[in-house]
Design a protein around this ligand. Structure first.
Ligand SMILES: Nc1ncnc2c1ncn2[C@@H]1O[C@H](COP(=O)(O)OP(=O)(O)OP(=O)(O)O)[C@@H](O)[C@H]1O
Ligand SMILES: [Mg+2]
Length: 365
Protein backbone atom coordinates (compact mmCIF):
# COMPACT_ATOMS: atom_id res chain seq x y z
CA UNK A 1 0.00 0.00 0.00
CA UNK A 2 1.23 3.48 -0.85
CA UNK A 3 0.44 6.75 0.85
CA UNK A 4 -0.47 8.05 -2.61
CA UNK A 5 -3.44 5.69 -2.82
CA UNK A 6 -4.60 6.53 0.71
CA UNK A 7 -4.54 10.20 -0.28
CA UNK A 8 -6.41 9.82 -3.53
CA UNK A 9 -9.14 12.46 -3.67
CA UNK A 10 -8.11 13.90 -0.29
CA UNK A 11 -7.38 17.56 0.28
CA UNK A 12 -6.20 17.39 3.87
CA UNK A 13 -3.86 14.89 5.48
CA UNK A 14 -3.32 15.11 9.24
CA UNK A 15 -0.33 13.27 10.68
CA UNK A 16 -1.15 12.54 14.29
CA UNK A 17 0.47 10.44 16.98
CA UNK A 18 2.38 10.46 20.24
CA UNK A 19 5.51 12.51 20.90
CA UNK A 20 8.71 11.76 19.03
CA UNK A 21 7.35 9.03 16.75
CA UNK A 22 8.17 10.87 13.52
CA UNK A 23 5.13 13.06 12.79
CA UNK A 24 7.14 16.02 11.49
CA UNK A 25 9.43 13.84 9.39
CA UNK A 26 6.47 11.93 7.95
CA UNK A 27 4.52 15.11 7.16
CA UNK A 28 7.47 16.58 5.31
CA UNK A 29 8.05 13.32 3.45
CA UNK A 30 4.41 13.00 2.40
CA UNK A 31 4.36 16.60 1.17
CA UNK A 32 7.53 16.10 -0.86
CA UNK A 33 6.26 12.80 -2.25
CA UNK A 34 2.90 14.22 -3.33
CA UNK A 35 4.51 17.32 -4.86
CA UNK A 36 6.78 15.00 -6.83
CA UNK A 37 3.60 13.36 -8.11
CA UNK A 38 2.45 16.64 -9.58
CA UNK A 39 0.30 18.19 -6.85
CA UNK A 40 0.50 21.64 -5.37
CA UNK A 41 1.10 20.82 -1.73
CA UNK A 42 1.54 22.85 1.44
CA UNK A 43 2.95 21.31 4.59
CA UNK A 44 2.16 22.99 7.89
CA UNK A 45 4.89 21.95 10.27
CA UNK A 46 5.30 22.52 13.96
CA UNK A 47 8.67 22.79 15.55
CA UNK A 48 10.65 20.76 13.01
CA UNK A 49 14.11 19.55 13.98
CA UNK A 50 16.57 22.35 13.31
CA UNK A 51 18.47 20.56 10.57
CA UNK A 52 15.34 19.53 8.72
CA UNK A 53 14.02 23.09 8.95
CA UNK A 54 17.28 24.40 7.57
CA UNK A 55 17.33 22.09 4.64
CA UNK A 56 13.72 22.98 3.82
CA UNK A 57 14.57 26.68 4.08
CA UNK A 58 12.25 27.12 7.06
CA UNK A 59 14.21 29.10 9.65
CA UNK A 60 13.28 32.54 8.36
CA UNK A 61 9.65 31.56 8.13
CA UNK A 62 7.02 33.21 10.18
CA UNK A 63 3.45 32.18 9.83
CA UNK A 64 3.68 32.35 6.06
CA UNK A 65 4.05 29.76 3.38
CA UNK A 66 7.28 29.63 1.50
CA UNK A 67 8.00 27.73 -1.66
CA UNK A 68 10.64 25.02 -1.56
CA UNK A 69 12.34 24.37 -4.88
CA UNK A 70 11.85 20.82 -6.00
CA UNK A 71 12.99 19.39 -9.25
CA UNK A 72 9.52 18.05 -10.04
CA UNK A 73 6.25 18.88 -11.79
CA UNK A 74 4.30 19.80 -8.63
CA UNK A 75 4.84 22.55 -6.11
CA UNK A 76 5.96 22.27 -2.52
CA UNK A 77 5.19 24.98 0.00
CA UNK A 78 6.00 24.90 3.67
CA UNK A 79 5.22 26.95 6.70
CA UNK A 80 6.06 26.75 10.33
CA UNK A 81 3.00 27.15 12.51
CA UNK A 82 3.15 29.71 15.20
CA UNK A 83 0.22 29.60 17.59
CA UNK A 84 0.58 33.16 18.78
CA UNK A 85 0.56 34.85 15.37
CA UNK A 86 -2.38 32.74 14.24
CA UNK A 87 -4.29 33.75 17.35
CA UNK A 88 -3.46 37.41 16.63
CA UNK A 89 -4.71 37.07 13.06
CA UNK A 90 -8.03 35.72 14.30
CA UNK A 91 -8.44 38.58 16.73
CA UNK A 92 -7.75 40.99 13.89
CA UNK A 93 -10.40 39.28 11.82
CA UNK A 94 -13.11 39.15 14.48
CA UNK A 95 -12.58 42.41 16.29
CA UNK A 96 -15.48 44.80 15.57
CA UNK A 97 -13.18 47.82 15.38
CA UNK A 98 -9.57 48.88 15.62
CA UNK A 99 -9.85 50.02 19.21
CA UNK A 100 -11.12 46.61 20.38
CA UNK A 101 -8.44 44.88 18.36
CA UNK A 102 -5.66 46.92 19.91
CA UNK A 103 -7.16 46.57 23.37
CA UNK A 104 -7.15 42.78 23.08
CA UNK A 105 -3.77 42.42 21.39
CA UNK A 106 -1.99 44.55 23.94
CA UNK A 107 -3.79 43.03 26.88
CA UNK A 108 -1.59 41.17 29.33
CA UNK A 109 -4.17 38.45 29.93
CA UNK A 110 -4.60 37.91 26.22
CA UNK A 111 -0.87 37.55 25.75
CA UNK A 112 -0.78 34.87 28.40
CA UNK A 113 -3.84 33.15 27.03
CA UNK A 114 -2.69 33.06 23.43
CA UNK A 115 0.66 31.52 24.25
CA UNK A 116 0.00 29.42 27.30
CA UNK A 117 -3.54 28.08 27.24
CA UNK A 118 -3.43 24.30 27.04
CA UNK A 119 -4.41 23.19 23.57
CA UNK A 120 -4.12 26.62 21.99
CA UNK A 121 -1.31 25.40 19.77
CA UNK A 122 -3.42 22.47 18.62
CA UNK A 123 -6.37 24.70 18.03
CA UNK A 124 -4.39 27.28 16.12
CA UNK A 125 -2.90 24.62 13.89
CA UNK A 126 -6.38 23.64 12.81
CA UNK A 127 -7.49 27.22 12.52
CA UNK A 128 -4.70 27.86 10.02
CA UNK A 129 -5.60 24.67 8.21
CA UNK A 130 -9.18 25.80 7.92
CA UNK A 131 -8.14 29.16 6.55
CA UNK A 132 -5.82 27.69 3.91
CA UNK A 133 -8.40 25.13 2.89
CA UNK A 134 -11.06 27.81 2.48
CA UNK A 135 -8.74 29.79 0.23
CA UNK A 136 -8.42 26.73 -2.02
CA UNK A 137 -4.96 27.50 -3.35
CA UNK A 138 -3.59 23.99 -2.82
CA UNK A 139 -4.44 20.50 -4.00
CA UNK A 140 -3.31 19.02 -0.72
CA UNK A 141 -2.57 20.34 2.77
CA UNK A 142 -0.43 18.18 5.05
CA UNK A 143 -0.67 19.02 8.72
CA UNK A 144 1.97 18.07 11.23
CA UNK A 145 0.60 18.02 14.79
CA UNK A 146 2.20 19.36 17.97
CA UNK A 147 4.12 17.17 20.37
CA UNK A 148 1.20 16.85 22.74
CA UNK A 149 1.70 14.79 25.81
CA UNK A 150 -1.59 13.28 24.86
CA UNK A 151 -2.31 12.89 21.16
CA UNK A 152 -6.00 13.28 21.93
CA UNK A 153 -5.58 16.92 22.92
CA UNK A 154 -5.55 17.58 19.26
CA UNK A 155 -8.97 16.12 18.47
CA UNK A 156 -10.46 17.83 21.46
CA UNK A 157 -9.10 21.33 20.81
CA UNK A 158 -12.08 22.90 18.95
CA UNK A 159 -14.50 21.62 21.57
CA UNK A 160 -12.32 22.85 24.35
CA UNK A 161 -12.23 26.35 22.94
CA UNK A 162 -16.00 26.31 22.46
CA UNK A 163 -16.44 25.05 26.02
CA UNK A 164 -14.22 27.81 27.34
CA UNK A 165 -16.25 30.42 25.48
CA UNK A 166 -19.51 28.99 26.76
CA UNK A 167 -18.19 28.42 30.24
CA UNK A 168 -19.84 29.94 33.27
CA UNK A 169 -16.56 31.46 34.28
CA UNK A 170 -16.42 33.52 31.12
CA UNK A 171 -20.09 34.51 31.28
CA UNK A 172 -19.60 35.54 34.85
CA UNK A 173 -17.06 38.06 33.66
CA UNK A 174 -19.08 39.02 30.63
CA UNK A 175 -22.27 39.77 32.57
CA UNK A 176 -23.41 43.19 31.29
CA UNK A 177 -23.75 44.68 34.75
CA UNK A 178 -20.32 43.44 35.64
CA UNK A 179 -21.74 42.31 38.95
CA UNK A 180 -19.63 39.25 38.55
CA UNK A 181 -16.55 41.33 38.48
CA UNK A 182 -17.68 43.31 41.48
CA UNK A 183 -18.24 40.21 43.57
CA UNK A 184 -14.94 38.92 42.38
CA UNK A 185 -13.23 42.12 43.31
CA UNK A 186 -14.70 42.16 46.80
CA UNK A 187 -13.39 38.69 47.50
CA UNK A 188 -9.94 39.12 46.14
CA UNK A 189 -9.71 42.86 45.92
CA UNK A 190 -7.23 43.08 48.75
CA UNK A 191 -4.85 40.73 47.03
CA UNK A 192 -5.12 42.63 43.77
CA UNK A 193 -4.64 45.99 45.41
CA UNK A 194 -1.54 44.79 47.21
CA UNK A 195 -0.25 43.39 43.95
CA UNK A 196 -0.95 46.67 42.27
CA UNK A 197 0.84 48.62 44.95
CA UNK A 198 3.85 46.33 44.97
CA UNK A 199 4.18 45.68 41.25
CA UNK A 200 2.42 48.66 39.73
CA UNK A 201 0.40 46.22 37.65
CA UNK A 202 -3.36 46.56 37.70
CA UNK A 203 -4.30 42.95 37.07
CA UNK A 204 -7.94 43.44 37.88
CA UNK A 205 -8.28 46.22 35.38
CA UNK A 206 -6.56 44.04 32.80
CA UNK A 207 -8.88 41.16 33.47
CA UNK A 208 -11.93 43.30 33.26
CA UNK A 209 -10.78 45.00 30.03
CA UNK A 210 -9.95 41.69 28.48
CA UNK A 211 -13.25 40.03 29.17
CA UNK A 212 -15.17 43.11 28.11
CA UNK A 213 -13.54 43.21 24.67
CA UNK A 214 -13.33 39.45 24.26
CA UNK A 215 -17.09 39.21 24.76
CA UNK A 216 -17.71 40.96 21.45
CA UNK A 217 -15.70 38.31 19.65
CA UNK A 218 -16.92 35.20 21.41
CA UNK A 219 -19.57 34.39 18.82
CA UNK A 220 -17.05 34.56 15.98
CA UNK A 221 -14.69 32.24 17.83
CA UNK A 222 -17.48 29.79 18.56
CA UNK A 223 -18.51 29.63 14.92
CA UNK A 224 -14.93 29.11 13.81
CA UNK A 225 -14.48 26.28 16.28
CA UNK A 226 -17.56 24.59 14.79
CA UNK A 227 -16.31 25.08 11.24
CA UNK A 228 -12.91 23.64 12.11
CA UNK A 229 -14.57 20.64 13.68
CA UNK A 230 -16.65 20.14 10.57
CA UNK A 231 -13.56 20.23 8.40
CA UNK A 232 -11.87 17.54 10.48
CA UNK A 233 -14.82 15.23 9.91
CA UNK A 234 -15.09 16.02 6.20
CA UNK A 235 -14.56 13.17 3.75
CA UNK A 236 -11.88 15.20 2.01
CA UNK A 237 -9.81 14.91 5.19
CA UNK A 238 -7.85 11.89 6.33
CA UNK A 239 -5.99 11.13 9.54
CA UNK A 240 -2.77 9.16 9.29
CA UNK A 241 -1.65 7.76 12.57
CA UNK A 242 2.12 7.70 13.01
CA UNK A 243 3.50 5.31 15.61
CA UNK A 244 6.66 3.54 16.62
CA UNK A 245 6.58 -0.28 16.80
CA UNK A 246 7.17 -0.26 20.58
CA UNK A 247 4.47 -1.90 22.68
CA UNK A 248 3.20 1.21 24.50
CA UNK A 249 3.16 3.24 21.30
CA UNK A 250 1.15 0.56 19.53
CA UNK A 251 -1.35 0.46 22.40
CA UNK A 252 -1.67 4.23 22.24
CA UNK A 253 -2.14 4.09 18.48
CA UNK A 254 -5.00 1.60 18.83
CA UNK A 255 -6.67 3.81 21.39
CA UNK A 256 -6.21 6.89 19.25
CA UNK A 257 -7.64 5.13 16.22
CA UNK A 258 -10.79 4.31 18.24
CA UNK A 259 -11.06 7.95 19.29
CA UNK A 260 -10.70 9.22 15.73
CA UNK A 261 -13.49 6.95 14.59
CA UNK A 262 -15.68 7.66 17.60
CA UNK A 263 -15.37 11.37 16.86
CA UNK A 264 -16.60 10.64 13.31
CA UNK A 265 -13.33 11.67 11.73
CA UNK A 266 -11.93 9.79 8.74
CA UNK A 267 -9.14 7.38 9.61
CA UNK A 268 -6.79 6.76 6.67
CA UNK A 269 -4.32 4.26 8.09
CA UNK A 270 -1.23 3.73 10.21
CA UNK A 271 2.41 4.44 9.51
CA UNK A 272 4.73 2.39 11.68
CA UNK A 273 7.94 4.37 11.70
CA UNK A 274 11.44 3.33 12.74
CA UNK A 275 10.80 -0.37 12.61
CA UNK A 276 13.75 -2.73 13.07
CA UNK A 277 13.58 -4.72 9.87
CA UNK A 278 15.83 -7.74 9.43
CA UNK A 279 17.89 -8.46 6.38
CA UNK A 280 16.54 -11.71 4.99
CA UNK A 281 20.00 -13.40 4.79
CA UNK A 282 21.24 -12.80 8.33
CA UNK A 283 24.84 -11.69 9.03
CA UNK A 284 27.54 -12.23 6.49
CA UNK A 285 30.10 -14.97 6.93
CA UNK A 286 32.03 -14.05 10.08
CA UNK A 287 34.73 -16.74 9.90
CA UNK A 288 37.26 -14.42 8.27
CA UNK A 289 36.99 -11.91 11.15
CA UNK A 290 39.11 -11.66 14.24
CA UNK A 291 37.30 -13.93 16.80
CA UNK A 292 36.65 -11.06 19.27
CA UNK A 293 35.19 -8.92 16.58
CA UNK A 294 33.21 -11.81 15.15
CA UNK A 295 31.69 -12.38 18.58
CA UNK A 296 30.72 -8.72 18.90
CA UNK A 297 29.16 -8.70 15.47
CA UNK A 298 27.25 -11.87 16.28
CA UNK A 299 26.02 -10.41 19.56
CA UNK A 300 24.92 -7.22 17.83
CA UNK A 301 23.11 -9.30 15.33
CA UNK A 302 21.32 -11.23 18.06
CA UNK A 303 20.24 -7.99 19.75
CA UNK A 304 18.92 -6.65 16.50
CA UNK A 305 17.16 -9.93 15.83
CA UNK A 306 15.41 -9.70 19.21
CA UNK A 307 14.32 -6.12 18.51
CA UNK A 308 13.10 -7.01 15.07
CA UNK A 309 11.08 -9.91 16.46
CA UNK A 310 9.57 -7.71 19.14
CA UNK A 311 8.63 -5.08 16.52
CA UNK A 312 7.19 -7.73 14.24
CA UNK A 313 5.05 -9.11 17.05
CA UNK A 314 3.69 -5.66 17.97
CA UNK A 315 2.97 -4.76 14.36
CA UNK A 316 1.16 -8.06 13.80
CA UNK A 317 -1.06 -7.18 16.72
CA UNK A 318 -1.72 -3.73 15.34
CA UNK A 319 -2.49 -5.17 11.91
CA UNK A 320 -5.03 -7.53 13.43
CA UNK A 321 -6.58 -4.62 15.29
CA UNK A 322 -7.02 -2.27 12.35
CA UNK A 323 -8.33 -4.99 10.05
CA UNK A 324 -8.39 -4.02 6.42
CA UNK A 325 -7.14 -0.46 6.96
CA UNK A 326 -3.78 0.36 5.39
CA UNK A 327 -0.60 -0.07 7.43
CA UNK A 328 2.72 1.11 6.04
CA UNK A 329 6.09 0.24 7.52
CA UNK A 330 9.08 2.56 7.42
CA UNK A 331 12.31 0.99 8.69
CA UNK A 332 14.70 2.48 11.20
CA UNK A 333 17.11 4.20 8.86
CA UNK A 334 20.82 4.45 9.65
CA UNK A 335 20.83 8.21 9.70
CA UNK A 336 18.73 11.02 11.06
CA UNK A 337 16.37 12.54 8.49
CA UNK A 338 17.47 16.09 7.92
CA UNK A 339 17.39 16.78 4.19
CA UNK A 340 15.64 15.93 0.95
CA UNK A 341 17.87 12.91 0.50
CA UNK A 342 16.78 11.47 3.86
CA UNK A 343 13.18 12.25 3.00
CA UNK A 344 13.69 10.42 -0.27
CA UNK A 345 14.83 7.34 1.67
CA UNK A 346 11.64 7.50 3.78
CA UNK A 347 9.55 7.93 0.65
CA UNK A 348 10.94 4.77 -0.89
CA UNK A 349 8.81 3.10 1.77
CA UNK A 350 5.86 5.47 2.09
CA UNK A 351 5.29 5.46 -1.65
CA UNK A 352 6.43 1.94 -2.47
CA UNK A 353 4.48 0.43 -5.32
CA UNK A 354 2.72 3.58 -6.48
CA UNK A 355 2.76 5.26 -9.85
CA UNK A 356 4.69 8.44 -10.53
CA UNK A 357 1.77 10.81 -10.93
CA UNK A 358 -1.36 11.75 -9.08
CA UNK A 359 -4.28 13.75 -10.35
CA UNK A 360 -5.37 16.77 -8.29
CA UNK A 361 -8.57 16.20 -6.35
CA UNK A 362 -11.57 17.59 -8.15
CA UNK A 363 -12.47 21.16 -7.38
CA UNK A 364 -9.13 21.91 -5.72
CA UNK A 365 -6.13 23.80 -6.97
N1 LIG B 1 12.57 6.18 9.88
C1 LIG B 1 13.47 6.88 10.57
N2 LIG B 1 14.75 6.44 10.68
C2 LIG B 1 15.67 7.14 11.38
N3 LIG B 1 15.42 8.30 12.02
C3 LIG B 1 14.17 8.80 11.96
C4 LIG B 1 13.13 8.13 11.23
N4 LIG B 1 12.00 8.87 11.35
C5 LIG B 1 12.31 9.93 12.11
N5 LIG B 1 13.61 9.90 12.48
C6 LIG B 1 14.29 10.87 13.35
O1 LIG B 1 13.64 10.83 14.62
C7 LIG B 1 13.61 12.12 15.22
C8 LIG B 1 12.18 12.48 15.63
O2 LIG B 1 11.38 12.62 14.47
P1 LIG B 1 10.28 13.78 14.36
O3 LIG B 1 10.82 15.09 14.78
O4 LIG B 1 9.69 13.67 13.01
O5 LIG B 1 9.23 13.25 15.44
P2 LIG B 1 7.89 13.99 15.93
O6 LIG B 1 6.84 12.94 16.11
O7 LIG B 1 7.56 15.13 15.04
O8 LIG B 1 8.36 14.52 17.35
P3 LIG B 1 7.59 15.60 18.27
O9 LIG B 1 6.44 14.86 18.90
O10 LIG B 1 8.62 15.99 19.28
O11 LIG B 1 7.15 16.71 17.38
C9 LIG B 1 14.21 13.09 14.21
O12 LIG B 1 15.54 13.32 14.58
C10 LIG B 1 14.15 12.32 12.89
O13 LIG B 1 15.20 12.66 12.02
MG1 LIG C 1 7.26 17.21 15.47
Amino acid sequence: MSVASILEGKEICICAGAGGVGKTTTSAAIAVGMARRGLKVAVLTIDPARRLANSLGLPELGNEERRIELDSPGELWAMMLDAKSTFDEIVEKHAPDAATRDAVLSNRIYKELSTAVAGSQEYMAMEKLHELHAEGRYDLLVLDTPPSRNALDFLDAPDRLARFIDSRALHFFLAPSRTGLKIFSRGTGLLFSILKRVTGVDLLQDLSDFFASFGDMAQGFRERAQAVKGLLADERTTFLLVTSPAHEAVEEAKFFRDKIEEAGMPFGGVIVNRMHVEEPDGPEDLTSLDPDLAEKVARNFDDFHALAQRDRHNVDELTADIGDRPLIIVPYLDEDIHDLEGIGAINDHLFAGSGATAVPAEGAG
